[in-house]
Design a protein around this ligand. Structure first.
Ligand SMILES: [Zn+2]
Ligand SMILES: [Zn+2]
Length: 347
């Protein structure tokens, strides 16, 4: 049994105890114990323009509350005396965070063998700042220009729309942006924030539409002793489009698909043509220029058509695609004094 002489006196609460921690009894020590070095505030940079925030050394689009939590947990210094501790954080963040946002840090654990719990209020300061991307857009920054053109013609509005969609998709994939879009007489110029995104987009356009691209770098300055280049990428779509009628090795073909190669239908007999090199095709006319004519007779291998210009009956081979019967309207083209039926372009 311990004698009274072994007990120590707590100067704080006056209790007699066996041992003092930091000069006070255990109760007094635990009550006054601060498990984390005081932090009142963490700061987080937030782009009000696009909603990105700065975390781990870069601008990100992830969940802001997760980043705030990481930032706080990274900043707090936990006392080595605290065992088996847990930290949790309450913080309400709206869509457009501004100013100071209150947060509450909840800490639980064990200190000197006794359970311990504490809450601490922390302020999260939102620093509004344009992210790199937004300040670059605002400053008209671009690394490459993609010029959409077509060989011996002007790209159609549909083609330009489709090209822009492809580009947008690739640019988003690279986390980049379009600084400027400029309509020019021969097509459209797109100013892109990132060279890789521009090259990727141009490649994808050609994959889908055919044609060629030419890239030329232009020296625009030096940064840290390194030459800085801007790229001009001219995407030249093929001279032919779907719906064009072209000469192919002495035959007349309606183009029904075009990418790396062309596919189509020979008008004379309706047979299919595929994988044709674009250089083997020569533009003849547009299928939309076809005229209406009356189908007079349909035989097994031939048909008779009333030529709407001469009002004479013309007999031609019956093409595979013909579905109309005698007396019905068909579409025809006249090429080199020959009459061809044109299939309906189902779209
Ligand atoms: Zn005490
Ligand atoms: Zn931004």
């Amino acid at each position: 049994m311990k004698g009274v002489a072994d007990l120590k006196f707590c100067p704080n609460c006056g209790a007699d105890v066996e041992e003092l921690i930091d000069g006070v009894c255990r109760n007094c020590f635990t009550r006054a114990f601060s498990p984390i070095a005081e932090i009142q505030r963490v700061e987080i940079r937030f782009c009000p323009n696009c909603g990105a925030h700065y975390c781990h050394g870069r601008w990100v689009y992830g969940d802001l509350s997760t980043s705030i939590r990481e930032e706080i947990l990274k900043t707090v210094k936990i006392s080595a005396l605290l065992d088996e501790f847990e930290l949790s954080l309450d913080c309400e963040i709206g869509d457009a965070p501004v100013g100071l946002i209150p947060a509450r840090l909840h800490i639980s654990g064990r200190i000197c063998g006794q359970p311990f719990e504490k809450e601490q209020d922390i302020e999260v300061k939102i620093i509004r700042e344009s992210c790199t991307r937004c300040s670059r857009i605002a400053g008209g920054y671009y690394e490459a220009t993609v010029q959409i053109r077509a060989k011996d013609r002007i790209p159609t509005d549909e083609e330009i729309d489709a090209c822009l969609r492809i580009l947008d998709d690739r640019i988003a994939h690279h986390d980049s942006f379009v600084t400027k879009l400029r309509d020019v007489k021969t097509g459209v110029d797109i100013y892109v924030g990132d060279q890789g995104a521009a090259q990727d987009g141009a490649k994808e356009i050609i994959k889908q539409f055919g044609g060629k691209s030419i890239t030329s770098p232009k020296l625009v300055g030096k940064r840290n002793g390194k030459n800085i280049y801007r790229l001009t990428i001219v995407v030249r779509l093929p001279g032919l489009v779907v719906g064009d009628i072209a000469y192919h090795m002495g035959k007349i073909m309606l183009i029904t698909s075009i990418a790396k190669h062309a596919g189509g239908i020979y008008l004379e007999d309706g047979t299919q043509a595929g994988k044709i090199d674009l250089s083997e095709l020569k533009f003849c006319m547009k299928a939309s220029e076809a005229k209406e004519a009356v189908l007079l007779m349909v035989y097994e291998k031939e048909v008779e058509i009333l030529d709407p210009e001469t009002f004479r009956a013309v007999t031609i081979k019956k093409p595979l695609f013909l579905t109309e019967g005698a007396g019905e309207e068909v579409r025809i083209v006249k090429i080199d004094d020959r009459v061809f039926l044109v299939p309906g372009m189902s779209r």
